[in-house]
Design a protein around this ligand. Structure first.
Ligand SMILES: *Cc1c(COP(=O)(O)O)cnc(C)c1O
Length: 389
């Protein structure tokens, strides 16, 4: 969370006072209005607001018809929810190396594609755009889908297009750690009518046929799914948060650029699109793990919050215990790792399977960027960074 205040308080109060804060209502229609506003912002035909980024990823995979017997490529460096969305759909996550940009390596993706691969999930981690040109080309060549995990990159762009809007479907998160937030929340976007209809049916399974006219133009047959609907209070908060996005992002980018462009000896990571990155942090690359740890220790001594992504637990595949130990569900018959359709698929997980990613994650350090830093703050930070030897 970067900015929140009076406007969100008033939006919540307005919604509560209307006494109509179910999604379908005759008052504020906050969920519907947010969906329209988000679609306009990112340039996608359809948006479905739901409970989480996980819910959006799983709904996208289900809507693509992905399930048992299918492999889905996920990066070795992402939040565990990306991989769990794949097992949630009954499919097998194929853990794949990142490259120096911290995002999926197109070469590693190409190597991991098999006759069972149905989708690639590029993750724009820390707001860093993935190499969408290369990934889209690979997906086209093999006739497979791209589902963008834009959960950490609300509002980011790649060559002028909004992250999440480039693939067949995209997922955003609005939990408290993201660029804009409603505490919890997520959204799916797509331009594909079939994916939209199926995700609508899946994410609102127990109510879609009973409330409002949600099915009026829907031709996809109903099927059983989950219940990931949100209330109008979520919609109301996010409509205010969305208004803040055009203020937050330029401030983050200005501060990140000022730092990256003033580095004397430190090296920034390479970017697939620096201008489009959300710039929630500045990332530095070192020649060795010990150089990186030495830098982190010296900066922490000066009071800075420095993260080494290798240490961030659930964001690195070796720490995804449910996946690494192949416990995909409580009931054995519902566990993708035990399903007969999935036997023989690529699930030979081991802690060192993506050694190249681990090496990169150990040689990278993040400095969190604040959008509130002043010119004086920046001067001090740049001086401190450049005085580390
Ligand atoms: C936060 C996050 C998610 C999941 O979002 P939730 O809203 O917590 O379900 C998925 N992928 C990535 C990369 C994330 O950072």
């Amino acid at each position: 969370m970067y900015r929140i205040g009076r406007e969100e308080e008033e939006a919540i109060a307005r919604t509560l006072r209307s006494k109509q804060f179910f999604k379908i209502n005759d008052a504020g229609k906050e969920v519907y209005n947010f969906q329209e506003e988000w679609s306009k912002t990112v340039g996608s035909e359809y948006t479905l607001l739901m409970t989480s980024g996980y819910a959006a990823l799983e709904s996208a995979l289900v809507a693509l018809g992905i399930g048992p017997g299918d492999e889905v490529i996920v990066p070795a460096y992402t939040y565990i929810a990306t991989a769990l969305a794949v097992t949630g759909a009954g499919a097998i996550p194929v853990i794949t190396d990142i490259d120096e940009t911290m995002t999926l390596s197109p070469e590693a993706v190409e190597k991991n594609i098999s006759s069972h691969t149905k989708a690639i999930i590029p993750v724009h981690i820390m707001g860093l755009p993935s190499n969408m040109d290369a990934i889209t080309e690979i997906a086209k060549k093999h006739g497979i889908a791209v589902v963008e995990d834009a959960c950490q990159s609300d509002g980011g762009t790649y060559h002028g297009r909004f992250l999440g809007s480039i693939g067949d479907a995209g997922a955003y998160s609005f939990n408290i750690f993201k660029v804009i937030t409603s505490g919890e929340g997520g959204a799916l976007v797509t331009n594909d009518r079939k994916i939209f209809e199926r995700a609508l049916i899946y994410h609102d399974a127990s109510a879609v046929a009973f409330f409002g006219d949600q099915l009026s133009e829907v031709t996809e047959p109903l099927f059983g799914g989950s219940e990931y609907r949100v209330s109008d209070i979520t919609g109301a908060i996010l409509r205010e948060q969305l208004k803040r996005l055009p203020g937050i992002l330029p401030d983050l980018r200005r501060n990140c650029k000022a730092i990256v462009n003033s580095l004397e000896t430190l090296k920034p990571i390479p970017y697939n699109d620096f201008d489009g990155a959300c710039c929630v942090s500045a990332a530095f690359r070192f020649g060795s793990e010990s150089e990186c740890r030495d830098f982190a220790a010296k900066m922490r001594e000066k009071g800075y919050g420095i993260q080494i992504p290798y240490d961030t637990g659930r964001h690195v595949y070796y720490d995804w215990s449910q996946i690494m130990e192949k416990r995909g569900a409580l009931h054995p018959a519902m566990d993708p790792f035990k399903m007969k359709e999935n036997q023989g698929l690529n699930m030979n997980y081991s802690p060192d399977m993506c050694a190249k990613s681990l090496d990169i994650l150990k040689r990278t350090a993040y400095l969190d960027i604040s959008p509130e830093w002043t010119h004086e703050d920046l001067q001090r930070i740049i001086n401190d960074l450049n005085s580390i030897r």
